[in-house]
Design a protein around this ligand. Sequence first.
Ligand SMILES: Nc1ncnc2c1ncn2[C@@H]1O[C@H](COP(=O)(O)OP(=O)(O)OP(=O)(O)O)[C@@H](O)[C@H]1O
Length: 205
Amino acid sequence: MQITLEHLGRRFNKEWIFKEISYTFAQGNQYAILGPNGSGKSTLLSVLLGNLTPSEGKISYIEGKEILPEHIFSYISLAAPYLDLVEEFTLQETIEFHFKFKKYQQGLDADAVLDLLALSKAQDKPLKYFSSGMKQRTKLALAFCADTPILALDEPTSNLDAQGTDWYLSLIEKYAGNRLVLVGSNQAYEYEFCKQQLNILDYKK
Ligand SMILES: Nc1ncnc2c1ncn2[C@@H]1O[C@H](COP(=O)(O)OP(=O)(O)OP(=O)(O)O)[C@@H](O)[C@H]1O
């Protein structure tokens, strides 16, 4: 999978969030998208993932052949604070529902995802009774365990304690190696492993 941006820009009303991004993201690499609060990290991620259209420029997706932006969602796993889970579902139902639409990474199944989460006692609990940290762990596990070439993580350790952060870093080692990883962040410990870094502030005009 390769994502290529040519002179990409996005604005809301008259405010340009970023302009003139020409950049190539390639599979097997990890990219940190950096910038202070409100600078546009989530906006850029949303454009990269086909959830927002660019205001100018071009974005193309190549996976052997060109993929149309309207089809790119099936190549992506996203974990983000603004992504809602179905609160009425139990953890078991959440996992089963998610993997009706995405394939498991090789060697994984619903039990393995539960083991990975280490929340087996909460297996039959509706997510509305989960703590914010338990919900964040769930979102991360679903994203890491799905077999998609693109893994997008916006503020991946939000609501996680120190143990949860270590757990997240262990998932990066196990399940991110051969994917195109995008991390929107301003916390060094959650993106330090990213060899490529792109700062939104370099694309303000
Ligand atoms: N739908 C929208 N309509 C108008 N303005 C928006 C919209 N979405 C985002 N913005 C604005 O775009 C700018 C960038 O927001 P964005 O959420 O991308 O920043 P961020 O870098 O991810 O911030 P944070 O680190 O706080 O999560 C902000 O000024 C925000 O108010």
